[in-house]
Ligand binder design. Sequence first.
Ligand code: SF4
Length: 337
Amino acid sequence: MLINLMKQCALYKKLKDNKVQCLACNHKCLISQGKTGICGVRKNIKGKLYLLVYGKVVAKHIDPIEKKPLYHFLPETNAYSIGTVGCNFKCKFCQNYDISQFREYYKKVIGEEITPEQIVNDTLKNKCKSISYTYTEPTIFIEFVHDTAKLAKQKALKNILVTNGFMTKKCLDYISPYIDAMNIDLKSFKDKFYTEICSARLKPVLETIKLAYKKKIWIEITTLIIPGENDSKEELEQIAKFIASIDKNIPWHISRFFPTYKMLNKQPTSFESLKKAYEIGKKHLNYVYIGNIPEESPTFCPHCKKEIIKRTGYLIENKLKKDKCPYCGEKIAGIFK
Ligand code: SF4
């Protein structure tokens, strides 16, 4: 059955001369009749803003939740994961550039047609505990997330955003009643990095992290460590201190970079650099993980220091007793059931 693929956006305002302003992310694009915003999927048609990718999913997989990555949220469960084409960032190191920048290169949208109801039914059928809005940036298709997440919540499923954090406060207010967990990228602590490498800005990302925490959404932070760009001791220290200033129990994922897209001239992140970042993180935070490496990435109890969750790839050995350390009884931050 064909679905009406265009839906009027909820987050925008009408301006004079048939112009509109999108209010989903902090670009707050001013869009003239017939044009789209920076993300390429929100279009002004006769003075109204439409979402071109509503019900058009370009990637759909059942992933271990650890792949998001979320290590302290329903471990050992699967997340039904979806994404559409388009993105509000233009990261030169994007690992999904074939779908995130698709609209820019091909000037069209593609994807399998699917309704929120079908997604929720599929999630239940496949015994997934959550739906993850991921692969590209969910902010740009937030109305589709909203309708799906609302239905999912009625069926006792959890909803997860994997996001660059550039959404507006209005957008987070709109979606947060249905969102249980977020993995938010904090790509750098320098505004220059965000402007020159991602075509975005740092400050709104910091604001989203603080606000999501305040709204009691479970959050984990990811930083891809790129040699020569964001791997100085000072910058890593700033990131770790910023996270700790909110809560030292927020997990920080340090991820290994591999050359891709417009950053083919770089080397992969060295193990020394990842280790340095890990040690800096551990000075300030209780839970630090290295990702994108074949080695194990265990959770240690912050009190007795014993290994309490063992991870080998996506194979998990969870020794927790509910949410407590089995050795000393320390409560481990997260949502474990
Ligand atoms: S979501 Fe897209 S259209 Fe809206 S402000 Fe961001 S980049 Fe612009």
